[in-house]
Design a protein around this ligand. Structure first.
Ligand SMILES: NC(=O)c1ccc[n+]([C@@H]2O[C@H](COP(=O)([O-])OP(=O)(O)OC[C@H]3O[C@@H](n4cnc5c(N)ncnc54)[C@H](OP(=O)(O)O)[C@@H]3O)[C@@H](O)[C@H]2O)c1
Length: 314
């Protein structure tokens, strides 16, 4: 697969990234079985063998189980650690921590981030995280305090680069102003079913600041593929049936699958959107890579945008 630079860093990623959210086979660690873990490891290995070189993770994915699974693969596959970029996230604090009645919340306090990062390093079994992202904006985020935590993590050799996820552009700016290092990635939901990043300033800011936009749920969690088994609450209102015939028509004309068109649509944006592929099916992991070889025309791109919007552009 072709590669692209990550923000202004010297790191490069394959044109599509692989996401480890679903690799444990469940959100709940109690439901994880030896068979579901083994399937998750096979998925990660399939992605590596298909040429994916960026692996996205988070401490809350199945309460650390997804980081452990990736860590085991990194240990078992000779040379893999040195050839891939490891991205993980922190800052979401699940309910029940530290008291049983503590609410689920966000925590960007330096003490919490430093500890969360140490725990991710242990689960991943690596010395350094290549890119550490703040998962969702903390209502109480203090950019100066976050900058101190980032500086400490970088000085200790625990993290190379930093970024954010699901931030408003103004909060990205506030953090960037406080940080001595450039933020290299902003991970947000972008797909034909989720268009806000094109108009809310997120992609404009990525272009201005040379931040790599990473697209989560690029297939709307499966709704733009063969169907979704697990949707986030916010994704349950998506109605792609209205525009999928247009995706299918272009796919038919180009001799590719619907998912390849949906991913190629993201790849065309000049900000260099990096779609994070979430399937754990090895065939689908390989199929997605064909998107890197499909250049849509501007006319095709706009036909898809208009279908997805459900109305012409103004
Ligand atoms: N920063 C954040 O807040 C955030 C939030 C969510 C996700 N993420 C990241 O984004 C990654 C991707 O998210 P996602 O898993 O929702 O992405 P996605 O690629 O949009 O959806 C993957 C889901 O679609 C299903 N699917 C159905 N038909 C498919 C097809 N033809 N091809 C591919 N998949 C198909 C897959 O099922 P099968 O496995 O059965 O194929 C899987 O359940 C995650 O792994 C995670 O790293 C980040």
């Amino acid at each position: 697969m072709q590669s692209i630079p990550l923000g202004v860093s010297s790191l490069r990623s394959s044109r599509l990234a692989y996401g480890c959210w679903r690799v444990a086979g469940s959100w709940d660690p109690v439901e994880v079985t030896a068979a579901s873990r083994a399937a998750g490891k096979r998925a990660v290995i399939a992605a590596y063998e298909a040429g994916y070189t960026l692996f996205d993770n988070a401490d809350i994915y199945c309460r650390g189980e997804a980081e452990r699974i990736l860590g085991e693969v990194l240990k078992e596959v000779s040379g893999m650690r040195d050839r891939v970029v490891i991205v993980t996230k922190g800052g979401i604090r699940p309910g029940g921590d530290p008291q049983p009645d503590s609410p689920g919340r966000y925590d960007f306090s330096a003490a919490y981030l430093l500890d969360a990062c140490d725990q991710s390093l242990r689960r991943l079994g690596v010395e350094t995280i290549d890119v550490y992202l703040l998962h969702r904006p903390d209502f109480l985020a203090d950019p100066e305090e976050v900058a101190r935590a980032f500086t400490q993590l970088r000085a200790a050799g625990k993290v190379r680069h930093f970024g954010v996820s699901n931030f408003r552009p103004t909060l990205v700016t506030a953090l960037q102003v406080a940080c001595p290092m450039p933020l290299v990635a902003h991970q947000v939901e972008i797909s034909l079913a989720k268009l806000e990043a094109f108009t809310d300033g997120t992609l404009d800011q990525c272009l201005i600041e040379r931040i790599t936009p990473m697209a989560w749920s690029p297939l709307a969690a499966g709704l733009l593929g063969g169907g979704a088994t697990r949707l986030l609450e916010s994704q349950k209102t998506y109605r792609p049936e209205a525009f999928l015939p247009v995706v299918d028509a272009i796919a038919g004309a180009r001799g590719v699958s619907r998912t390849v068109v949906a991913l190629a649509w993201l790849l065309k944006h000049p900000a260099g959107i990096l779609p994070i592929i979430g399937t754990t099916n090895p065939d689908r992991i390989r199929e997605a890579t064909k998107a890197a070889g499909l250049e849509l025309t501007r006319e095709e791109w706009y036909r898809l945008l208009i279908a997805a919007r459900g109305e012409p552009v103004p």
